[in-house]
Design a protein. Structure first.
Length: 174
C-alpha cells in the first residue's frame, strides 16, 4: 500500500499544478542547483507534472517506514527531516526551499527512510510515480534528464554521508 501525499496529510490544500506557480518554483530551486542543466522552458514543462499543496505547520508530509509513491520539493516554508535512532526521532536535516524529499522511494518503491515534518506553513510540489511515468512516456528526453538529476542528487548525498560517517576517508584514498 502506498501513501498519497494528500492522504498522509489531510490538512494539505491542493493548489493545482506547479505550472501555476512556475516563477516561485524556479526561484525556490535555483539556489539548490538541482535544475541548473534545465532550460526555463524545460522547468516549466516539468512543473506541469508536479501538483502543488499548501501544508500547515507541524504536518507530517513523509513518514519513516511508510511505503511511498511520490517525491516532494519544498517551494516555500521550512521543514525538518527526522530519523528514528535508539527510540528517539532526531533531526538530521533542516529542509530549505528548493530541496527535495522522497525521491528514493519514488524510484525504488522501498519504504521511507526518514520522516519530514513542516516547521512552518509550507508549499510542496509533488510528483507521484504515475506522474513520473507519464513524464517519461510523454517527454522521454526531459524525463531522462530529470532521472539523471535524481541520480546526481542521490550520488552526492551518498558521498556526503559516506564522508561524514567515515572521517579521514579522503586521506586514505588513492
Amino acid at each position: 500500500m502506498t501513501s498519497n501525499f494528500a492522504e498522509l496529510q489531510p490538512d494539505a490544500e491542493p493548489l493545482g499544478t506547479v505550472s501555476g506557480f512556475v516563477n516561485e518554483f524556479i526561484e525556490a530551486v535555483e539556489p539548490q542547483h538541482m535544475f541548473d542543466d534545465f532550460s526555463r522552458q524545460e522547468t516549466a514543462l516539468l512543473s506541469e507534472y508536479l501538483e502543488c499543496f499548501g501544508v500547515p505547520r507541524d504536518s507530517t508530509v513523509v513518514r519513516e517506514g511508510d511505503e511511498g509513491d511520490f517525491l516532494a520539493i519544498l517551494v516555500t516554508g521550512q521543514a525538518v527531516i527526522l530519523k528514528k535512532h535508539d527510540g528517539e526521532e532526531k533531526v538530521v536535516h533542516a529542509l530549505k526551499p528548493g530541496e527535495m524529499i522522497g525521491e528514493m522511494s519514488l524510484i525504488d518503491g522501498q519504504r521511507r527512510f526518514a520522516s519530514c515534518v513542516t516547521t512552518e506553513p509550507s508549499d510542496f510540489g509533488v510528483m507521484t510515480r504515475d506522474s513520473f511515468n507519464a513524464l517519461l512516456a510523454e517527454h522521454p528526453r526531459l524525463g531522462n534528464k530529470f532521472m539523471l538529476m535524481l541520480l546526481r542528487l542521490n550520488t552526492s548525498r551518498l558521498r556526503h554521508a559516506t564522508f561524514r560517517m567515515l572521517p579521514g576517508i579522503l586521506e586514505n584514498s588513492v
